[in-house]
Design a protein around this ligand. Structure first.
Ligand code: FAD
Ligand code: FES
Length: 270
């Protein structure tokens, strides 16, 4: 039986700078096999000598079978270490872990995607999946907020996404003529109707909380709001208890939950 605590060796194929502190890594397993995963799931990545950290897939599993992508913001030991690696470096990969987005639930629905900061990473995997199966989904819309214009991730590819994309920044820089303010201000600029819509949110907890409140005000039900949560993790498999909130393990029961599910452990999470 495969031991899920032993990382598989993988090769970094390409590294792309997204912003000053975010990079996207294209990764292939060293044995040439493809990793089967769903949008919203995550892997545990080992940078040997530095540590391990969870990262969601930022690629879609449909079009890219010989590699996968993760998009990582450097915040500490392991993420700084992976930022120092280049194409050809060997890392460890465990997973995929977690439930991922319920693609069946999104079928035939309009999908409102709301992202904050590097929270757009797992949503990018979902966006490519939905765009590749465009006929199975209704209207697609992205509302995205970043700290400054320089912190907007996937800037160059967003223009090619066949969907409404609305952006805002907390602080404008020179030359920015777009929206300024937190992501919820974008609700003013676009029609958001609950009929046949599912909202998918990923970003800091405070943003998830504010966006969910706006949606509930607009008559979305708790089951029409899907959130992807982050929590300190170690094992990724529901064994160590690090990611536990209330009765749930974010690594195993999540990281994707309906808002209704999070209400059970909301006080602990927010
Ligand atoms: C399911 C899941 C998916 C994730 N996906 C992504 C992703 O796609 N891209 C991305 O950039 N980041 C993602 N993260 C966050 C990422 O795992 C952390 O930033 C990383 O673990 C930090 O490791 P480090 O060794 O660099 O930091 P450390 O040196 O361990 O810590 C540095 C700082 O980061 C904070 N931190 C550590 N772990 C986490 C964590 N799990 N969540 C939030 N803050 C943390 C610490 O509190 C500390 O302030 C995800 C986290 C989870 C749980
Ligand atoms: S990370 Fe160990 S139980 Fe979730």
């Amino acid at each position: 039986m495969k031991n899920q605590y032993i990382p598989r060796l993988a090769v970094i194929k390409e590294v792309k700078d997204e912003t000053s502190d975010v990079k996207t890594f294209k990764i292939s397993l060293k044995d040439g096999r493809s990793l089967r995963y769903s949008p919203g799931q995550f892997v545990e990545l080992t940078v040997f000598g530095y540590g391990e950290f969870p990262a969601c897939f930022s690629s879609s599993p449909l079009s890219q079978r010989d590699y996968f992508e993760v998009t990582v913001r450097r915040v500490g030991d392991a993420t700084n270490a992976i930022h120092g690696l280049s194409a050809g470096s060997i890392i460890g990969v465990r997973g995929p872990f977690g439930n991922g987005f319920s693609l069946r639930m999104l079928k035939r629905k309009d999908v409102l995607i709301v992202g904050g900061g590097v929270g757009l990473a797992p949503l990018r995997g979902l966006i490519y999946y939905l765009l590749e199966k465009r006929g199975d989904y209704g209207e697609l819309k992205l509302l995205y907020g970043a700290r400054t214009p320089d912190d907007i991730v996937f800037k160059d590819e967003m223009v090619d996404w066949d969907m409404d994309v609305l952006l805002t920044v907390d602080r404008a820089g020179k030359g920015w003529i777009g929206n300024i303010g937190v992501v919820t201000i974008l609700f003013r600029d676009t029609e958001i109707k609950p009929d046949n819509t599912v909202a998918v949110i990923c970003g800091p907890l405070i943003m998830i909380s504010a966006v969910s409140a706006e949606l509930l005000k607009r008559d979305f039900s708790e089951d029409q709001i899907i959130v992807s949560l982050e929590r300190m993790m170690k094992c990724g498999t529901g064994m160590c208890g690090h990611c536990n909130i209330g009765a749930k393990y974010v690594c195993k029961d999540g990281p994707v939950f309906t808002y209704r599910e999070t209400m059970e452990f909301l006080e602990a999470a927010f």
